[in-house]
Design a protein around this ligand. Sequence first.
Ligand code: SF4
Length: 466
Amino acid sequence: MGGLFGVVSKNSCVMDLYFGTDYHSHLGTSRGGMAVWNGKSFVKSIHNIQNIQFRAKFEDDLSGMEGNMGIGCISDTEPQPLTVFSHLGHYAITTVGRINNIQDLVNKSLAKQNTHFLEMSRGVINPTEVVSNLIDEADSFKEGILNAQKAIDGSCTMLILTSEGIYAARDRFGKTPLVVGEKEGSYCVSFESCAFPNLGYQAKYELGPGEIILLTPDGIQKISPPGDKMKICAFLWVYYGYPSSSYEGMNVEVMRYRNGAALARNDDVKVDLVAGVPDSGTAHAIGYSNEARVPFGRPFIKYTPTWSRSFMPQDQSIRNLVARMKLTPITDLVGGKRLLFCDDSIVRGTQMRETAELLYNCNAKEVHVRPACPPLVHGCRYLNFSRSNSDMDLVARRAILDLEGKEPDSLDEYCDPNTEKYDCMVEWIRKRLNFTSLKYQSLTDMLDAIGLPHDKVCTYCWNGKE
Ligand code: SF4
């Protein structure tokens, strides 16, 4: 994943850019970057943020940055923003998304013209460079962006900083959001609207799917209209979006309360305490607790003073260890109790199994688990959503493989909660993860909790429908 933020201002943009980009830190843990236009050239800074927070790493760079227009990003993969000299001029570019056909695009470009792509490491080409190459194939930024949107299989939302202003273009099917904020003398454009209030911005305009605008200190120019098909990522609300952000007018925290309440309405289990797996499970649990009229509690507290969000080792077993060490149980709230946990989702299941084990070791009587979305059956093919590397990492897929003895031709029955196969898969997962009971949220209730027309939301993870 990743996030991006841009500012155009009649004054210095640097502090707004710094804090605005920082408000995207939950979306990526690998690289951070900022590029500022000073009227003649770009001042750019990119850092590895794997073991340090964005603000701490960029603080020393601020004194060397000046200018009234800038873009910044948090990236889970490639270093960005890139600065480019091309026939379109000198520009900086940052992107969020995933390009499934990157090798095809590179091969086509190499076949068309004598050109080159820089290698990042181990043969990997920077996807943002490929996007800039597609833009440079055309005679204007507008045509170039449209060319890139058409050519990319996957998704791509981008900001392009030029001497005129910032071109902001949302993914063709609106998988990720882009919102413009306004305050006296400045405009910003952001993935996360949670960046606005503390920086003094008011949400002004949300780009539609595929829409392109040019943002200047004087206002918003519409460059290309939105398309009519949208498939915004449902996981923004369920898991990775920030609680104080809204997308398409729907707030994340409010969605989670509604979602938890719907889980409770379909449940009749008797428990003593409802809790959430921090952080994103918490709001679903509050919704559940309020609806079920069962006390909400925090039998786990995250130890935040030394475990920063950005510490995310690549090795999965060390990630699991870190996740376990971060959560400290409050044994007084657990002993002899029937506990119900809401989690945003179950991916591999390792963490939830270890959490349940820890609770039983603290003498929990029962551990009931209620994921806030249906079983994940397909890996994401639209965003670099780094929670699983292969579909077979998903616990639901491991269950299916074990139950069938081979990969079945169709997964449809496992995606339908009204089938026996679905029940067998859920029971397999429950036993394997050692929960007293396990009941997943239904797709319909999850989509109703988001509140958008169902056909405007991407649900590929759960039903494989494009
Ligand atoms: S496949 Fe899942 S994570 Fe990926 S965009 Fe669709 S809903 Fe979001």
